[in-house]
Design a protein around this ligand. Structure first.
Ligand SMILES: Nc1ncnc2c1ncn2[C@@H]1O[C@H](COP(=O)(O)OP(=O)(O)OP(=O)(O)O)[C@@H](O)[C@H]1O
Length: 473
């Protein structure tokens, strides 16, 4: 399997490498997003030490790290060897980097901190005394976004002020699907994205599956397969009491979006407990908090709602978890035919909106929209909802969008409804902006609507079947 995209991330790493200066980089992102693979690709052909921490006792980890360093220095392992302390190991690492560029990756860094909480301060001390004057490029990597942000990057961390760069690795985008599934038709790709999202480890599971439903039956609905077990595993690996987190995720998956509703649906006693679980799930990159795109201070907004971040979790909670009794009995085919297929188009709808949002962002970057979408997201108030709303930097222009994953072509009535809905957002702007419209459809548009679009400059029609299957949309 070839390595897909990550061009921006690799460019960032290469620039740091080429700088020649000592660098302490922090790279983080949710589990399975592709951090380790990215670092392996980056380190290839470069002088490096790659150390993956785990939860083994501190002494064992130090010995394992010492041996990696020894191998780098002398070209062979020295069984049983260990530096007497982390400080000695880090100083030796500095020695190795004095003459020549050396990359040292400390993967799963939070595990290392858990077994030995003094590691950041030891590293900081050696950094200040020695490493910062060497050719070291040290990369601290971790999946627990919250720990990395607070305890490695945060101002209370011993390493605060030492890091020279940080990067949050996000799931891949829809247009990267073509890298995993070249030549597949774009509708298939949207559907596969709706099931799997942009997490490489999940996409790889479907690499040989031409028929999406057959793939679902084989790779998701079978007991014991990676994806069947994955959500439970994600939580159990990271958390000591996964049950409440599980209940919170399930509540969100079932459409509960606000703190009160989630607290109640998850059977929790108080909002503060629910709020803590929500924060941690956000830290893990599993849920997100959305606000209407017109909100100027998203953090403080009282209109925030929670949604699952991950498409695959959405699929799992919608179709796997509720059917687990049947699936445990090996009834994958029946579940697929009677419980999944009939609801699948309606399930793809929200994922299609996300794909359209990404598409609009890409068009904006390529200068193919009437203005650059400075802010882009969705919008809602009590009564109205816009699937997409893009706003120019000076707020003189907006684009409102509607996405329809329908079997039939989209007609002029959808445009009139959108025009009507768009009126509700206008009071949020100081001066009335120029309004553009974008309609996205699974199966094209009526003749009437296409003729209208040909005559107006403010209407964009985009059909999913024409999404470029080469990946550049
Ligand atoms: N850009 C990519 N193109 C193709 N395959 C990828 C890409 N990124 C990751 N993968 C594959 O996806 C799987 C998961 O990636 P990886 O192990 O790097 O994730 P991770 O973020 O380090 O995960 P974890 O935090 O669970 O250790 C691996 O099999 C890897 O080979």
């Amino acid at each position: 399997m070839t390595f897909v995209n990550r061009k921006a991330e690799l460019h960032w790493l290469e620039e740091a490498y080429k700088s020649g200066r000592a660098q302490l980089l922090v790279l983080y992102g949710r589990r399975r997003v592709g951090k380790t693979e990215l670092l392996r690709v980056f380190c290839r052909e470069k002088r490096h030490v790659f150390f993956v921490a785990d939860l083994a006792p501190d002494r064992e980890q130090l010995a394992a790290f010492s041996q990696r360093l020894w191998e780098q220095a002398y070209g062979q392992a020295e069984t049983g060897f260990s530096f007497p302390s982390w400080e000695a190991a880090f100083r030796f690492m500095g020695g190795l980097a004095r003459q020549e560029r050396l990359i040292v990756v400390l993967d799963e860094f939070p595990y290392l901190m858990e077994t030995n909480p003094a590691i950041p301060s030891i590293l900081q001390k050696v950094w200040d005394e020695e490493l910062r004057n060497t050719g070291i490029l040290c990369i601290l990597c971790g999946s627990y976004v919250g720990v990395m942000e607070r305890e490695v990057l945060g101002y209370k961390s011993a390493l605060y002020g030492r890091r020279t760069g940080q990067y949050l690795i996000e799931p891949l985008h829809f247009h990267d699907m073509a890298g995993f599934f070249p030549g597949r038709d774009p509708i298939w790709q949207v559907e596969a994205y709706a099931v799997l999202g942009g997490v490489p480890a999940y996409l790889l599971e479907f690499i040989d599956e031409d028929d999406l439903f057959a793939g679902i039956a084989r790779r998701v609905l079978r007991r014991g397969t990676f994806l069947y077990e994955e959500p439970r595993f994600l939580l159990m690996q990271e958390l000591r009491e996964p049950a409440n987190y599980f209940a919170v995720l399930r509540a969100i998956a079932h459409g509960k979006t606000r703190l009160n509703e989630i607290t109640q649906a998850a059977g929790l006693h108080d909002r503060s407990a629910a709020s803590r679980y929500l924060d941690i799930l956000r830290d893990m990159g599993l849920i997100k908090r959305l606000v209407p795109v017109t909100e100027k201070q998203p953090q403080k907004s009282r209109r925030g709602i929670y949604r699952l971040q991950d498409q695959f979790l959405r699929f799992w909670f919608r179709f796997v978890y509720p059917n687990r009794s049947d699936l445990e009995e090996g009834e994958a085919e029946r579940v697929l035919e009677t419980r999944i297929k009939p609801h699948f188009p309606e399930f793809v709808g929200p994922a299609f909106k996300e794909v359209c949002r990404q598409h609009l962002r890409l068009l904006g970057r390529r200068g193919k929209l009437p203005f650059y979408p400075y802010r882009l997201g969705s919008w809602w108030d009590g009564q109205n909802e816009l699937d997409l709303l893009a706003i120019s930097e000076d707020e003189a222009a907006i684009m409102v969008g509607e996405c329809k994953w329908w079997a039939k072509p989209v007609g002029a009535n959808v445009l009139s409804e959108l025009q009507q809905k768009a009126k509700a957002v206008l009071p949020h702007f100081q001066r009335p902006p120029h309004v553009y419209y974008a309609l996205f459809a699974r199966n094209g548009f009526t003749e009437e609507l296409r003729e209208m679009a040909a005559e107006r400059h403010d209407l964009l029609l985009i059909e999913a079947s024409k999404f470029h299957s080469s990946g550049d949309l």
